[in-house]
Design a protein around this ligand. Sequence first.
Ligand code: XIL
Length: 357
Amino acid sequence: MWGGAGAIGALANATFGLNRASAAFADAALADRSRRIPYGACVNLAPLQKKPEYRAALTAYCQQLTPEYGLFWNYLRPSRDRFDFDFADQVLAFAEARQMTMRGHTLVWYAAMPDWTKEIDSPAEAESALKAHIETVVARYRGKIKTWHVVNEPIAEAKGSVADLRASIWLKYLGAKYIDTAFRLAHEVDPAAELLLNEYDIEYVEQGSAARRQALLALIHDLLARGTPLHGVGLQGHIRATHRIDRDGLYDFVSEIKSLGLSVHVTELDVIDRDLPAPIAVRDVLAAARAYDFLSPICAAMRPSVIASWGITDRYTWMPMWNKRSDGLANRPLPLDDQYRPKPLWSVIDYFCQQAA
Ligand code: XIL
């Protein structure tokens, strides 16, 4: 049970309580405002094609774009032999015309797989399917997509204090080395591309996040020890507004990533407002405060390469898919409201984009 006053108290504590992260953040330079961190958003195809106000918002706010699902296997590969690049190509053209860059999301994921991949039933077939996919897709966007989320969500939900690798056809047939294979293939095709692991739920006190951080760090150490071309880590940031951020845990995690010479990217920020109070002014301010809790330890530990949200306006968001509100009100997870007006969440994102840690 999460009561109104309790919620505000908990947020206030989490946000303003003194800990390592806030101390380090106080030291971080606020001075050099010219080194803006790029802000990005994922792009939905229908409004990109049909809604001038959506295109105007992307143009006004973003420096980077990510096709929301245009590079998922189930969109891109309706059948084994067909690649449908129209969605990603349209986002790329829109981005390039505005001097923005496009990120690639994603090459390997356990989810969003087309039915024909169920026919894969041997290690040899899995390896050749993975190779054909990565070679075709990375080659098409060589020199254009400069950052790839190579493996998305490799860590399973934690069981107690342990988090294993996530089950997928890749793990089933190729074992843990599927991750190395994916990075090596991508690197061979585009040696200049920045290659990332991308993961969620690593930021909380609860949610098995400590175990997930540990598992992700162990994976990162293993990959680097084997000389795998891993260059950075994406933190998705689908922030659960009613869960406390483990600010010190997150700060230490990002500090370790930095000490390994890797970059950190905030790749899919939005705020899960399912269980927040209904009044918009209250909801928006609590959502923004939670995002502050998430971004401040990250930015205190190192300068993220991008802060990207998973959508730009509440009008187009994946949130109702899993997190519809029981009172029937629309979700408000994103920086702009459904009329494209900036919300407190935008102020928080913009504030951190101005920082140069
Ligand atoms: C979501 C998309 O937003 C939806 O349109 C799609 O139906 C399902 O996937 N983590 C990710 C994203 O890495 O790819 C997911 O995107 C959201 C969770």
